[in-house]
Each structure stands twice: as structure tokens, then as C-alpha cells.
Ligand binder design. Structure first.
Ligand code: CAA
Length: 294
């Protein structure tokens, strides 16, 4: 199916990045937020990234202006009506997503493909909230979407071939490596990555090494760009816990169970980079590992 306009729901961590790369690939994009403050923040992030790309000589100013010109911000679902593909990247809360899809389903034109960027919820649970479960797919991007090369394209038991193909074509035009994943909680990457992150916390709880040592070991010993605690803080401890809880609920396996340290840190509001403190404290020049003292 030919895409000319892409709708993005949410201009947060993932949504702003998805809107940016879709506009960079040449599509008109409309990105919707709940209020002006969130919208301005998301658009501001895009403008900052574009300015940085120009500054670094990766993009001409005219091209950056053209990309920005293709992005329309809105608070109104009605502006997504003529989108050919709508990707949601709102809060990872099934209730909120279902309310949104029910409202949007009556607004977005027939034939458009709807997609969720969920990292852990079952895609089918959202698909059936719409009158077009055959036109519903998962498009799972990785943080930061502007940089991470992978896109998981998720097929549910109701997804038709044309919608799946649209998902793959979209990802390929974005320059992503696309992989096909079945609608199984965690898909491919989180199924393997989340138990690894949780295990790093268990290793710390058991005294195998300090936060810095475990991070340094995985960077130098496995060639990972970030150690597990840096990555946990980057993804967000609240997000990781919520993914782990959903996966544990689905599979009932210990490897998906959130360790006590993670639970307590989330209760304390230590969410990682976004809150200024997680396994590291971000208030100084350089992040400093903090002993959670649990
Ligand atoms: N948005 C846009 N661009 C960004 C960015 C962001 N948030 N962060 C970094 N970049 C860009 C920088 O602009 C830079 O580009 P240039 O060199 O052209 O200027 C490039 O990425 C490299 O950045 P840095 O030099 O600042 O830092 P780095 O080399 O350490 O790379 C990183 C940063 C790409 C984030 C790298 O550390 C990395 O790959 N980390 C692992 C990230 C990861 O595993 N993500 C997946 C998380 S799991 C997930 O997302 C799934 C889920 O459902 C939870």
C-alpha cells in the first residue's frame, strides 16, 4: 500500500523520534500529543536533533527545514484522519491505548494501517479494540529511534498480508533492518534483553560485582555499547519494571520477574536518566554509581 501521510501518536521519547525519521524519509507526518506542553517538548527535541545534524555537516540547512516543514504537531485526533499509517507511541498502558484506538478508529480513513510501538503488550489485545483487526500490526522501534537500526514488524493472528507488507516497506524506507516477529510478549529483542538486564540486578544483589564493575565488564567483555546498569537507566527503571511485570504475567518464569531492588527503586521514584537518578546519579558532570542500599 502506498503511504503518503504518517500519523504518530505521542511525541515522547519514542514518538518524537519516529516522527522525525518518518519526515526524514520524505513522508508528511502529523504528530499528536495530549497537551501543548508535551507537544512543544517533542517538537523541540526534533528541532534540536535537526540543528545538530546541520551543525555536524550531516544535513544541509534546506533539507533540515524541509524535514521540519513536513511535520505538523496537533492536539486534535481529527488531523490524523487522512493518514495512511498511524503509529502509536503513547504510555505503555493498555487501558489508555484501547481508549485512544476506539476514538481514533472512527476518524482514520478506511484502509489505513494502524500500528503499535508497544514493547511488551500483546498486539492482538489492541487490534481487537478496532473494527479493523486485519489492518493492525506491531512496529517496535528501539531507543533512540533515530539511531537504532532495528525495527520488529509484528504480525498478529488477524493481520492480513498487505498490512504486514506495508509495515516492512515502511521500515525499509526508514532505512531500518526489519525483522518479522510473532505476537508473543517481548517479541525477539525484549524476550532476550529484559532477562539479561534483570539478571544484572540479581548479580549485583548477590554481590558478584559493583554497578561500575558489572557495566565495565559487559562493555569490555561482550562489546556492548552500554553496560546493563547504564542501559537500565537509559531505558528507564519504571519502563523496565513494567515490561518485566507484563512478561512475568504472561510466562510465569523467574527470569522475567522484577528483582526486589528494581521494585524498590521504582517505588522511590528513581527511574534512571529521566528522573536524574537510577543506578547512577546524573546531577554532576559525570554519572556516579549510587549504591541503592537495599
Ligand atoms: N536521539 C538522536 N540521536 C542520538 C541520541 C538520541 N537520543 N543519542 C545519541 N544520538 C546520536 C548522536 O547524535 C550521535 O550521532 P553523531 O555521531 O552523528 O553525532 C550518535 O548517536 C552517537 O551518540 P554519542 O556519540 O553521543 O554516544 P554513543 O556513541 O555512546 O551512542 C547510543 C549512544 C547510540 C545510545 C549507544 O550508546 C547505544 O547504542 N546504546 C545502546 C542503546 C540500546 O541498547 N537501545 C535499545 C534499548 S531497548 C529498547 O529500546 C527496547 C524497549 O522496548 C525497551
Amino acid at each position: 500500500m502506498e503511504i503518503s501521510k504518517v500519523g504518530v501518536l505521542g511525541a515522547g521519547l519514542m514518538g518524537h523520534g519516529i516522527a522525525q525519521i518518518a519526515a526524514q524519509a520524505g513522508w508528511d507526518v502529523v504528530v499528536r500529543e495530549v497537551d501543548q506542553e508535551h507537544l512543544d517538548r517533542g517538537i523541540g527535541r526534533i528541532e534540536k536533533q535537526l540543528a545538530r545534524a546541520v551543525e555536524k555537516g550531516r544535513m544541509e540547512q534546506d533539507d533540515a527545514d524541509a524535514v521540519r516543514g513536513r511535520i505538523q504537531g496537533t492536539l486534535d485526533y481529527g488531523d490524523l484522519g487522512d493518514s495512511d499509517l498511524v503509529v502509536e507511541a503513547i504510555t505503555e498502558d493498555l487501558g489508555m491505548k484501547l481508549d485512544m484506538w476506539r476514538e481514533l478508529d472512527g476518524i482514520v480513513k478506511d484502509g489505513a494501517v494502524l500500528a503499535t510501538n508497544t514493547s511488551s503488550l500483546s498486539v492482538i489485545d489492541q487490534a481487537v479494540a478496532t473494527k479493523r483487526p486485519n489492518r493492525f500490526i506491531g512496529l517496535h522501534f528501539f531507543n533512540p529511534p533515530q539511531v537504532m537500526p532495528l525495527l520488529e514488524v509484528v504480525q498478529t493472528v488477524t493481520t492480513d498480508e498487505e498490512s504486514l507488507k506495508t509495515g516492512f516497506e515502511f521500515g525499509e524506507k526508514l532505512g531500518k533492518l526489519t525483522v518479522h516477529a510473532k505476537d508473543k510478549t517481548g517479541f525477539i529483542v525484549n524476550r532476550l534483553l529484559v532477562p539479561y538486564l534483570l539478571d544484572a540486578i540479581r548479580a549485583y544483589e548477590e554481590g558478584v560485582g559493583s554497578i561500575e564493575q558489572i557495566d565495565a565488564a559487559m562493555k569490555a567483555g561482550a562489546n556492548h555499547p552500554m553496560g546493563p546498569f547504564t542501559l537500565l537507566d537509559f531505558v528507564g527503571l519504571d519502563t523496565t519494571k513494567s515490561i518485566a511485570d507484563i512478561m512475568f504475567d504472561e510466562y510465569r518464569e523467574r527470569r522475567f520477574a522484577a528483582p526486589p531492588t528494581l521494585r524498590k527503586m521504582v517505588s522511590a521514584g528513581f527511574y534512571g536518566r529521566k528522573s536524574g537518578r537510577g543506578f547512577y546519579d546524573y546531577s554532576g558532570e559525570q554519572p556516579q554509581a549510587v549504591d541503592p542500599g537495599l
